[in-house]
Design a protein around this ligand. Structure first.
Ligand code: ADP
Length: 586
């Protein structure tokens, strides 16, 4: 009975997803946006009411345990997976479309309303994720792994993700890993990421100003066994002493109005504690109201075996001499695509450079005036203010120290017009994506030492295009090399790549409706480098063709290619997952 009712609900949610998919948000007026927000909020609160109610707690983990004995019923695990998928999919669409809507030209009031939709849907998504996670862990349905992984790399990745959560720039994010912490350990990397992201996510939520600090050190060592202590400290609002006792109990928050002010379900810490205890660790919390909170936890690990590939060693030794020359170089990176940005920052930091990424023109000019910047890496095709415009503004700066900093441009394609523009603006060098580490290193060194004033840009135009191939083929070997053989980083990049592809699908769908080929071309351009990186040359060629059809105003062709993309991309993603699984096993 419960299951047929839930199927009914899921069916209606899928219908909602379809409606949202076809809905033309661009035509929304203020009144309609208000109505949408109100109805969404009431949907949210009624769903929350059911989930919070004790009756529903039975439905998720407890009641299903007895149902599972009835072989006509769907198994508990299957049910959880279905609910998770069916509710999350339409919600992701709502979130995705609200994100897209925010990019449109909106009045201030409309913008606020879209933000409200985003907030409500994100809260609901988090709530659903947590309820599902909690039921999985407490019913013993979660698998724990024991694999060798790079602990330092994981900590850096987690901090990278956490940084994207900080909107308030008054909060500083600090990390201190003691040198007694082993680099490679054996344990469960994804559960550790989950715990850290829960705790860091809380810190981000409850800190207005000050800092968030992650400290890691080895508390005990016995031959190959380590007890590692992690602490997440913040200078946030703190928790009253009478609440600390119960804070690890499900659905508990510090104040009655916490959910209203900060959102959340009161489940994060409960899940965190369950995970830590299942991994034979312990957790404690220390907090003072208005001063801050420190959560400490300890987990046992054994020493892992290095998984470095031979490729990595070869790269390091060949590069060693040249790489040394780069140490201490301070570089600005203008690149809007998060995946590429992550990759380039990671590469340059490994070479000992100081990198400033995630910047716009104003921040860039400020850094150029206030610090000794040696070099600029500039993506030419950024949405909004593109790389040509940013370079032009830098070159015309009144301070000659700022205006003369060498600029290396990069892009996934290069036209004759680009060649003329680069020359005229005074860009010094160019890298065609995807470039190799050798290319990147030698180009930076050449520019840093001012060996060439300006390259002959027309020579780049003669570079051969990649042969067309099947649209579902991928090969991760190349990207693995670029990740220095670090599997965690590869996993992270593939995750980002998939998000980019989903964003592309949503974007094109919306812009096809208004025949906005300029926006479609930009979306296609953004995705091209990603396909090149995973060596999906067939699909990359399709995207190249789609982009050029946009430029030729060939709407029918764009639609046709987009349909091929929609058809083939799931197979490509399947191949990508298979390839990634193999890499993880190596
Ligand atoms: P959620 O954040 O989803 O509500 P948690 O279980 O993670 O659930 O946290 C429970 C409550 O503990 C929060 O609602 C908040 O009141 C309090 N809390 C947790 N971490 C912090 C922190 N770093 N600073 C202040 N309060 C915190």
């Amino acid at each position: 009975m419960a299951i047929s009712k839930s199927k009914d609900l899921l069916g209606q949610l899928s219908q909602l997803e379809r409606t949202v998919g076809e809905f033309s948000f661009e035509e929304l007026n203020a009144h309609e946006a208000k109505e949408l927000k109100e109805s969404f909020n009431s949907f949210r609160s009624s769903l929350e009411k059911h989930i919070y109610a004790p009756k529903t707690q039975q439905i998720v983990p407890v009641k299903l345990k007895t149902d599972a004995s009835n072989k006509n019923e769907v198994s508990e695990k299957q049910f959880i997976a279905n609910v998770s998928h069916e509710i999350r999919t339409p919600l992701n669409s709502i979130i995705g479309f609200a994100n897209l809507l925010k990019e449109e030209k909106l009045t201030k009031a409309q913008h606020k309303k879209v933000q409200a939709i985003q907030f409500a849907s994100n809260t609901l998504l988090k709530l659903i994720n947590e309820v599902l996670e909690y039921s999985k862990i407490s019913s013993g349905n979660t698998n724990f792994e024991s694999v060798d992984f790079n602990l330092h790399g994981l900590l850096k990745d987690v901090m990278f993700l956490c940084e994207t959560l900080i909107v308030d720039r008054n909060v500083e994010l600090l990390i201190d890993i003691d040198e007694n912490v082993p680099k490679i350990v054996k344990g469960d990397p994804s559960k550790l990421s989950q715990v850290l992201l829960n705790l860091l996510g809380n810190a981000v939520k409850f800190v207005e100003r000050g800092f968030i600090k992650l400290e890691v050190f080895t508390k005990q060592k016995n031959n190959n066994e380590f007890l590692i202590e992690f602490s997440v400290a913040d200078t946030g609002i703190g928790i009253p002493p009478e609440k600390i006792e119960t804070i690890f109990n499900g659905y508990t928050q510090a104040e009655d109005d916490t959910a209203k002010k900060y959102g959340g379900t009161g489940l994060g810490l409960t899940i965190t504690k369950e995970i830590i205890e299942k991994l034979n660790g312990e957790i404690e919390i220390d907090s003072t109201v208005d001063k801050g909170t420190t959560v400490r936890f300890r987990l046992p690990y054994t020493m892992g075996k290095p998984t470095a590939t031979p490729v990595r060693k070869i790269q390091k030794s060949t590069f060693k001499k040249d790489v040394k020359l780069l140490e201490g170089t301070e570089i600005l990176v203008f690149e809007d695509n998060k995946m590429n940005q992550h990759l380039i920052v990671e590469q340059l930091t490994q070479w000992g450079c100081t990198v400033h990424a995630d910047i716009d023109l104003d921040k860039g000019l400020y850094l150029l005036s206030s610090r000794k910047i040696d070099l600029i890496l500039m993506d030419l095709k950024m949405p909004g203010q593109n790389g040509f415009e940013v370079s032009k503004a830098i070159r015309s700066h009144k301070n000659s120290r700022v205006s003369n900093v060498p600029i290396i441009a990069f892009s996934a394609d290069f036209t004759e017009q680009d060649s003329r523009d680069c020359k005229e603006i005074g860009i010094n060098d160019f890298l065609l994506k995807p470039y190799t580490l050798d290319d990147l290193l030698s180009t930076i060194l050449k520019c840093k030492e001012h060996k060439v004033e300006q390259i002959d840009f027309s020579s780049i135009l003669q570079k051969p295009m990649i042969e067309p191939k099947e649209t579902t083929v991928v090969d991760l070997n190349h990207l693995m090399k670029d990740c220095f053989g670090e599997i965690d980083m590869l996993n992270e990049l593939v995750k980002l790549f998939k998000l980019n592809a989903i964003e592309f699908i949503g974007n094109v769908k919306i812009h096809l409706k208004t025949q906005n080929l300029k926006e479609i071309a930009l979306s296609a351009h953004k995705l091209k480098a990603g396909f090149a990186m995973i060596k999906a040359n067939g699909m990359r060629n399709l995207i190249v063709e789609l982009e050029s059809s946009c430029k030729k105003d060939d709407f029918e062709k764009v639609k046709e290619l987009y349909d091929v993309f929609l058809n083939d991309y799931p197979m490509l993603e399947d191949n990508l997952d298979k390839d990634l699984k193999l890499m993880n096993k190596k």
